[in-house]
Each structure stands twice: as structure tokens, then as C-alpha cells.
Design a protein around this ligand. Structure first.
Ligand SMILES: [Fe+2]
Length: 396
């Protein structure tokens, strides 16, 4: 993370800080790992604790249709119908105790309420659409290809420029960070990192809103969405500093690492959380050894599930893949290129593929929503010729 400072703050932390008309500002320590993790200090016009009412709660718990899965699966994420609301319209496909993976296709901006995920960091990947992430520590404009990393506790709204929006949504029950091996002992991204601090989209603080009234914040905690009405506007921060805030990063700014022969997926790693990694597969030159095989070799996911989300371009190792498809290759069995993909890749000089990969280290549960949108013949798609005869068309 990068130290960042916006607006006005007192010279010394935890000291009296007043406005020009002698009103106190109210300090808030904002972090998620006790008092030892990264944090920021925020200065509010009003105390951020003024609850007027606690209303209804909705249960958004993902339900496992399959608890223990060993089947490779393909789920068509773009077949989720668009819905007005970003939060209630979220559809979870895969989950475990470390994260959830799903999509949302919201048509409407969040204008009449605010949202806070109380116990999960969120990673939103903007597959279609553009707009502004508005938060209590500043705004970040987003567009196609942006990852938005939103630490838990961030009060935010998504404002879209139009109704055509498709987002990949990951909730992480641990902090989402850039890979440890790309940072030095003070957190700076190292020279061999595929991206650096200049690529990070930092929040820009808007003028504080000094309003009193009824302000609904929908707070997600333990998969319940609670309605809490506050007496003051949550975007009343006059200034803050620290290391803890939401930020954006475009997948188009990920500089691919390439080699003479095939390099394994860790070269694509972009983020990590507890028990999972996120990788970006971006357009790049292929391996340049004269006899190199650019397609990946068959491999077991040792101690890992593998979820690939296809964004754009031809995906070299898979046949019949479209935008918005997810594939899940469970740990415990090997997977590899589709028939003909390895042969097709030989001699190719570059790929235009664009995809996000999420590798959870613990098994994923599958929701009914995923099963409803799956291509149930995917498990057989590595067979050829006569071996396909007599294959049942459907699996559970
Ligand atoms: Fe793989």
C-alpha cells in the first residue's frame, strides 16, 4: 500500500482539530486487523456513530447445492439477467470459508442508500460498464478492465454511466493484498513486479457533505444485509491520511512476464488473500524457444481449486469459450488444454487472451445458481471421437 493523504488533517494525530467556525472534527481510526494492521485516520464533521434505527435484515447466504465437488464445470456468467440493484442482484456461484465468487449485472446506480461490507474485502472486476466508486475517503472513476479493491468497512456507492454493467464480484474474508514477493520490507513494489505504484488508481476526496437527516447504510455482516439508518451523511470526511483505502488497478496495466519456454501461472499473480490468489492473463508474446509449446501442460492443481473467468480474446487452451464464462477445475484431479489446443498453439507468436483466474486453496461449494447456468457437458470436453459415444448428456 501507499501512504496517501487527502483534505485537511491536524498536524498531530489524536489532538484537537476544529473547523474555521470552531466546530470539533471527529477522528476515526479505520482499519480491519485490530490495531496492528494497515489503517487510516479519518476526520468527520459529525460523529460517525449516530444510529437512528436498525431495520430489517435480508439473508443473502449462498446455499450449497453441491457441498463436495470433483467435477470440472463451466458456468455462463453473462446469462445472469441484469437487475436494478447491485447488492441484491449479486449472484454467487462458488464459495467457501475464505471467499465467494460471483457476478452482478446492475442497471441502476446506488443513489438512495449506501453500502458497507462489514466482514469481507471486496474485489470488483469491471467487465462491462463505467462510472464512479464513491466512498467516504474519496472517489475512483472506473472503466472496463478495472479491478476495484474495497477494504471491508468502506462505506460506498457505485454510480454507473449507463445501464449496461457486468461485474465479477469476489468477497474475501481476509485482506486482499498485492503479492508479498513483489514488495520490499517497507511495502514498495519491487522492480520485477508486473505493476507498480504509478498504476494504482487512488481515491480523490470530494467536498465533505455536511447534512443531517436519514441516511440508510446497508451493512452486510455474516451474510445478512442489515438496514441501519444514521443521522448524518456518511461522506462528511474533511481529510484523512494513512495506508488503508479502496483503490483501482486496470488489468490493462498488468505487464506480462514472458519467457523462452512456458512459465507457470504464478507469473500472472496480481493479488492474494488468505488461502487464495488472483491472477491476470493478459495479451502477451508467447514463449520464444524455437520448439516451445505455448499452451499450458496438463497439470494437477496441487492443494488448489482453479476458477477462470474469461474476459476477452481467444483463450488459447480452451475450445468454445465466450465472454463471461467461468470454468472451475477442482483440486484433486489434473486438467489441461482441450483437444487440439496444444497443437494449435505451436508456432504462434502472441495471444490476445484476457482473463481473471482465482485459485482458492480450499474446496469450493457450488450454488444452484451456478448449476442453473452450467454447460453440463463440459466435464466430457476433453474426449475425442468414439470416446464421446454413449456419454450421458447431463450431469448434476
Ligand atoms: Fe490450470
Amino acid at each position: 500500500m501507499i501512504y496517501h493523504k487527502l483534505g485537511k488533517i491536524p498536524a498531530k494525530r489524536h489532538t484537537v482539530f476544529m473547523s474555521d467556525n470552531d466546530q470539533y472534527y471527529y477522528e476515526q481510526l479505520f482499519g480491519t486487523e485490530g490495531f496492528h494492521g494497515v489503517s487510516s485516520l479519518l476526520y468527520h464533521i459529525s460523529r460517525p456513530t449516530q444510529i437512528k434505527s436498525v431495520g430489517k435484515a435480508i439473508d443473502l447466504s449462498p446455499k450449497a447445492a453441491i457441498e463436495k465437488n470433483i467435477t470440472p464445470r463451466l458456468v455462463k456468467g453473462f446469462h445472469v439477467p441484469p437487475q436494478d440493484d447491485f447488492i441484491e442482484g449479486r449472484t454467487v456461484f462458488f464459495f467457501n470459508d475464505d471467499l465467494t465468487i460471483g457476478v452482478s449485472a446492475p442497471k441502476k446506480s446506488m443513489t438512495d442508500y449506501f453500502y458497507k461490507n462489514g466482514n469481507a474485502d471486496e474485489m470488483l472486476f469491471i467487465h462491462e460498464g463505467s462510472g464512479t466508486l464513491k466512498t467516504f475517503v474519496g472517489d475512483i472513476d472506473f472503466e472496463y478492465g478495472d479491478y476495484l479493491i474495497i477494504p471491508r468497512g468502506t462505506i460506498y456507492q457505485l454510480h454507473f454511466n449507463d445501464e449496461n454493467n457486468r461485474l465479477l464480484v469476489v468477497e474475501s474474508f481476509s485482506p486482499i493484498k498485492t503479492p508479498e514477493r513483489y514488495r520490499n520490507n517497507v511495502g514498495q513494489l519491487l522492480e520485477h513486479s508486473p505493476f507498480c505504484e504509478r498504476d494504482i488508481k487512488l481515491p480523490v476526496l470530494a467536498d465533505p457533505i455536511d447534512e443531517k437527516g436519514d441516511f440508510l447504510i446497508k451493512v452486510k455482516k455474516d451474510n445478512m444485509l442489515h438496514d441501519i439508518t444514521y443521522a448524518t451523511h456518511p461522506f462528511d470526511v474533511v481529510g484523512w491520511d494513512g495506508y488503508f483505502y479502496p483503490y483501482g488497478f486496470s488489468i490493462h496495466d498488468f505487464e506480462p512476464i514472458t519467457g523462452r519456454i512456458h512459465l507457470p501461472p504464478p507469473i500472472h499473480q496480481t493479488f492474494e488473500g488468505h488461502n487464495f490468489v488472483v491472477c491476470s492473463f493478459v495479451p502477451r508474446l508467447y514463449d520464444y524457444h524455437p520448439k516451445s509449446v505455448p499452451a499450458p501442460y496438463n497439470h494437477s492443481n496441487i492443494d488448489s481449486e482453479e476458477v477462470l473467468y474469461y474476459v476477452d480474446g481467444d483463450f488459447m487452451s480452451r475450445n468454445h469459450i465466450e465472454k463471461g464464462f467461468f470454468t472451475l477445475h477442482p483440486g484433486g484431479i489434473p486438467h489441461g488444454p482441450h483437444p487440439g489446443a496444444m497443437e494449435r498453439s505451436i508456432g504462434k507468436e502472441k495471444t490476445e487472451e484476457l482473463a481473471v483466474m482465482i485459485d482458492p486453496f480450499r474446496p469450493l461449494k457450488i450454488t444452484q445458481e451456478a448449476l442453473d447456468l452450467q454447460d453440463s457437458s463440459y466435464v466430457y470436453s476433453w474426449l475425442e471421437g468414439d470416446d464421446l459415444k454413449g456419454i450421458p448428456p447431463q450431469i448434476e
